[in-house]
Design a protein around this ligand. Structure first.
Ligand code: AMP
Ligand code: MG
Length: 410
């Protein structure tokens, strides 16, 4: 059976960034920039005052000076400042011609409407002035492609008038739960039915990963109806089916996908939970859709999503195929591991343990981890107590407390 690493490599190979798109700044937050940005303006566009005060000639030593005019932000001075004169400026107003410094309002005393006394007589040239182009100059490369647009970058793009920006769009990810037994969360299950927990769980996970989730109606295990709903899901950039991919009589998903021309890349991998995972690609003339058939058991669904679908969403969004980071932690208890397949076991990562005498010198700062007792892959509630998944290999092992293990954070 295909190993987790081989399966990851195959998914990574197919998870290419979407075509970049030009969007308004209001829609660009948290997306990845797909173009270099060069400013076509200076910022600030003029010398401006950073304080309420008086624009002066810095070398002027006159104690009393004539007030020429008062200028607020948004207005333009008309008169040039010369020795013996000053112009009152509100914060943000442009400096008048001739002036090269601002003396703060607090450092002055008004004499009358036309004259002001200065208490500070030796300002440094440029005092309280933000010079034209101090932040960025015309022609300067401001951002490189590949950065995530945080609020600060959005602000800078607005500052330089870059109102439309080329980004990798948020991948649209359709979710299609399958199963005759499923009812919606707001419905009461009849005998033999359960609520569809995977649909809302995946939609939430997709949104968190920066995708746009489209939850489709539950598909019944019906050979004649399944292709229509899958077809609707293929309008997205990625389709996450769940359930119907194991070897049961009603596991119709692989055949329905084949019927629609979705080409299988792999089916079944050496992973616990998550062995039935199906992955394939549907190619259209101008685009492709990555299709995952996730196993139906909620914990299997989530493990497969975390390991394979989440990095793929990141890759489509231009962030690169980043597998869940593994950290090292010491096991806080003995554990008998039966091996067989690579396993991801729900676990609680705790603080570094310190002995009675305080933290030991010899690298005792490691995180500890406790594998949670759980009732198999339908036990989503056990997973809720987990903040990590301990990864164990295929060999059986008798692990003792203190063993270093690899863990992914949830
Ligand atoms: P399947 O892979 O379709 O055989 O489903 C495996 C198990 O997962 C069955 O017990 C299903 O009832 C359960 N299951 C499948 N889909 C969902 C879902 N959307 N929400 C909750 N449980 C599900
Ligand atoms: Mg099923």
């Amino acid at each position: 059976m295909l190993s987790v690493e081989e399966a990851l490599r195959l998914v990574q190979q197919h998870a290419q960034p979407l075509a970049p798109k030009r969007v308004a700044l209001d829609d660009a937050a948290d997306l990845v920039l797909a173009e270099p940005v060069t400013t076509t303006v200076d910022s600030p566009p003029y010398d401006k005052t950073l304080m309420d005060g008086y624009a002066v000639v810095s070398s002027d030593r006159a104690e009393v000076r004539e007030l020429l005019e008062e200028i607020g932000a948004g207005s333009v001075p008309r008169r040039a400042v010369t020795p013996g004169t000053a112009t009152r400026l509100m914060t943000g107003a442009p400096l008048p011609a001739g002036a090269d410094a601002v003396i703060a309002f607090e450092q002055t005393e008004p004499i009358d409407d036309r004259t002001v006394r200065f208490l500070q007589l030796n300002p440094a040239p440029g005092q309280h002035v933000l010079a034209v182009g101090a932040a960025v100059r015309i022609g300067q490369r401001v951002f490189e492609p590949g950065i995530v647009l945080r609020p600060i970058e959005i602000g800078i793009l607005a500052e330089i008038g870059h109102a439309l920006v080329n980004v990798w769009p948020r991948p649209k990810v359709a979710v299609l739960p399958t199963g005759n037994e499923l009812v919606a969360a707001n419905e009461s299950p009849a005998a033999g039915q359960i609520r569809n927990s995977n649909g809302p769980m995946l939609a939430a996970a997709i949104a968190r990963a920066g995708g746009e989730a489209l939850e489709l109606d539950v598909a019944r295990d019906d050979r004649s109806k399944l292709p229509r709903l899958i077809g609707a899901g293929l309008a997205a950039d990625m389709l996450l089916l769940c359930g119907g991919v194991s070897a049961g009589k009603f596991d119709l998903v692989p055949d329905a996908l084949a019927e629609l021309g979705v080409v299988e890349v792999f089916h079944k991998i050496a992973l616990r939970p998550g062995k039935p995972l199906w992955f394939g690609v549907k190619k259209f003339a101008e685009r492709q859709v990555l299709v995952f058939g996730l196993p139906g058991n909620p914990v299997s669904t989530l493990v497969c999503y975390e390991l394979f679908a989440r990095p793929a969403i990141a890759a489509l969004a231009g962030r690169g195929f980043a597998s869940s980071p593994h950290i090292s932690a010491t096991l806080s208890h003995d554990f008998k591991y039966k091996g067989g397949r690579t396993s991801y076991l729900p676990a609680t990562i705790g603080r570094p343990h310190s002995s009675q005498s305080g933290v030991k010198e010899s690298g005792d700062m490691r995180l500890t981890v406790k594998i949670l007792p759980w009732h198999g892959s339908a036990d989503l509630v056990a997973l809720a107590r987990a903040n990590g998944l301990v990864r164990l290999g295929s060999e059986p092992e008798q692990l003792t407390a203190g063993t270093l293990v690899r863990v992914i954070c949830l």
